[in-house]
Design a protein around this ligand. Structure first.
Ligand SMILES: Cc1cc2nc3c(=O)[nH]c(=O)nc-3n(C[C@H](O)[C@H](O)[C@H](O)COP(=O)(O)OP(=O)(O)OC[C@H]3O[C@@H](n4cnc5c(N)ncnc54)[C@H](O)[C@@H]3O)c2cc1C
Ligand code: SF4
Length: 325
């Protein structure tokens, strides 16, 4: 890795000031915990002249409760999120996903906003400058060919943040602030299926907070498959939320990460609502997840493994929630 290049650092005291600074400086980046951004700068993936540190903005650092649910500031650390008693008790998928990110020392600095805005990953991209030079780079940065799919005009780098799928199944919304004011959008709409342009945030926009509704009729969970159990990005990550209606399934939501350029909700699950969670329902779950999976050879592990393991994770989690609900 390279040494860190020189940059100017600003430390705004409000979200509005952070947005203004970002607009005023063409080559700028927001920095939260820095656990993804700084290694990427050292790999030469970006070279911002200005960093805007979000760590001094009180409105982004708190979790507040209302009758509807929680407003979680984008600057809340994953360590704090994972042990918040309201999150653990009422939004378990979110607590489990936050706890599954990297290792304990990362989670002390790593934030919710940084996790949701994480760069997409690929084995041909997350490499040193020297390494990438040796393969003449690729489409995502400084090259003209995708090394994963050589005839492709698009990049398939995978979004590998753990927290987004949990927020998708919990029906969360994100609050963003730009030069023209604030807006709210469903968390799934924060993402696009493109390894080079995976966020729908406009260039002037900052992710300020996440709103997660409480609905105690649903139970939820998150699980991931990774190479090193103690510290690693998901090869595949699955979140499930389930509502039981007497002896039948009241509702089932599943979302995945690590297997496409965006985290996504799995379609087609409505057909099992009102039915028993039996072998036929399990088969539908596995088929729907398989159909939605877009794994490509972007990790050292084979795409087929990620493709096969994702429905298994989903079925297993749904079964666990069904048994416990
Ligand atoms: C060894 C290692 C293992 C890791 N394992 C995992 C893992 O298992 N799972 C996982 O999900 N991640 C993993 N990560 C990546 C990273 O640590 C986490 O995703 C972390 O949550 C990123 O948050 P951060 O606050 O450090 O983000 P930063 O590094 O500060 O920022 C990440 C990106 O988000 C942008 N950004 C930050 N905040 C905002 C905001 N509020 N609005 C708009 N843009 C913003 C930054 O400009 C940057 O582009 C790992 C990293 C390392 C080094
Ligand atoms: S998917 Fe292709 S273009 Fe995207 S980072 Fe990997 S090799 Fe590069």
């Amino acid at each position: 890795m390279n040494a860190l290049p020189d940059f100017r650092l600003f430390r705004p005291a409000s979200a509005g000031e952070a947005v203004r600074l970002n607009t005023a400086h063409a080559s700028s980046r927001f920095i939260a915990g820095g656990t993804d951004l700084l290694p990427n700068i050292r790999r030469g993936l970006f070279n911002p002249a200005v960093l805007i540190d979000l760590g001094g903005i009180p409105e982004m650092a708190t979790i507040t409760e209302s009758a509807d649910g929680l407003r979680i500031g984008a600057g809340v650390t994953l360590a704090k999120l994972a042990v918040d008693p309201r999150v653990v008790a009422r939004l378990p998928a979110l607590a489990q996903a936050a706890l599954a990110v990297a290792g304990p020392t990362h989670r002390q600095s790593a934030t919710l906003g940084g996790n949701l805005c994480l760069d997409t990953r690929c084995r041909y991209y997350n490499q040193s400058e020297f390494w990438r030079d040796s393969i003449h780079h690729c489409l995502k940065l400084d090259g003209d060919t995708c090394r994963v799919a050589v005839k492709s005009k698009r990049c398939y780098a995978a979004f590998s943040g753990d927290v987004a799928p949990a927020l998708i199944v919990l029906g969360a919304e994100v609050e963003v602030l730009g030069e023209k004011g604030a807006r709210r959008l469903a968390i799934a709409d924060l993402y696009a299926d493109d390894g080079m342009a995976w966020l729908t945030l406009k260039p002037d926009e900052l992710l300020v907070a996440v709103h997660v509704p409480f609905d105690d009729a649903w139970t939820s969970a998150y699980e991931k498959m990774r190479i090193r159990g103690s510290i690693d990005f998901p090869l595949a990550g699955v979140s499930v939320a389930l509502r039981r209606d007497g002896a039948n399934i009241g509702g089932l939501r599943i979302a995945c990460t690590g297997v496409a350029s965006r985290p996504f909700a799995v379609d087609g699950l409505d057909v099992i609502a009102g039915k028993l969670f039996d072998a036929a329902a399990q088969t539908i779950v596995a088929e729907c997840v398989d159909l939605a999976n877009r794994s490509m050879k972007t990790t050292l592990v084979d795409a087929l493994f990620r493709r096969n393991v994702t429905p298994v994770l989903a079925r297993r989690l749904a079964q666990r929630l069904w048994n416990g609900a």
